[in-house]
Design a protein around this ligand. Structure first.
Ligand SMILES: [Cu+2]
Length: 138
């Protein structure tokens, strides 16, 4: 219960920092999902929940980040990763049998910084609405 509460608090904090991306991964004969997409420059929190007792999956390793975590069965475990450069980053169990990957994609800056202008560019009506209204009356 204490653990669940602290996780809930953690999620609450992350909601106040919209930059952080949170993804949940079930561990059961593999990582579900086994591919996580994230934008470059965004800190990532992965919450693992191991739903098996097979010793194979008791540890998850992020070689490129120099991070690892033990995953007790049935307990959510958060792994925080710093923003990463675009690319693919693998995570595995200790023996390298279970594999997942993070795909860090370049941020589409022109969309994220200028959403309104961008949408206006795409959705500008071909004809001016007043002209269309006049046509409909005829
Ligand atoms: Cu393993």
């Amino acid at each position: 219960m204490v653990l669940l509460d602290s996780i809930r608090r953690g999620l609450h904090v992350s909601q106040r920092m919209p930059a952080r991306r949170v993804a949940r991964i079930r561990v059961h004969g593999g990582y579900l999902p086994d591919t996580i997409h994230v934008e470059a420059g965004v800190p990532l929190r992965l919450i693992f929940r191991r739903e098996e007792t097979s010793p194979c999956s008791e540890q998850v390793i992020f070689p490129a980040f120099g991070k690892s975590a033990m995953l007790p069965p049935g307990e959510p475990v958060a792994v925080d990763l710093p923003p990463a450069a675009p690319g693919e980053y693998e995570f595995t169990c200790a023996m390298g049998m279970l594999r997942g990957r993070l795909i860090v994609e370049r941020q589409p800056r022109e969309i994220s910084t200028q959403p309104t202008d961008r949408l206006r560019g795409i959705f500008t009506p071909a004809r001016d609405p007043e002209a269309m209204r006049r046509e409909r009356r005829h």
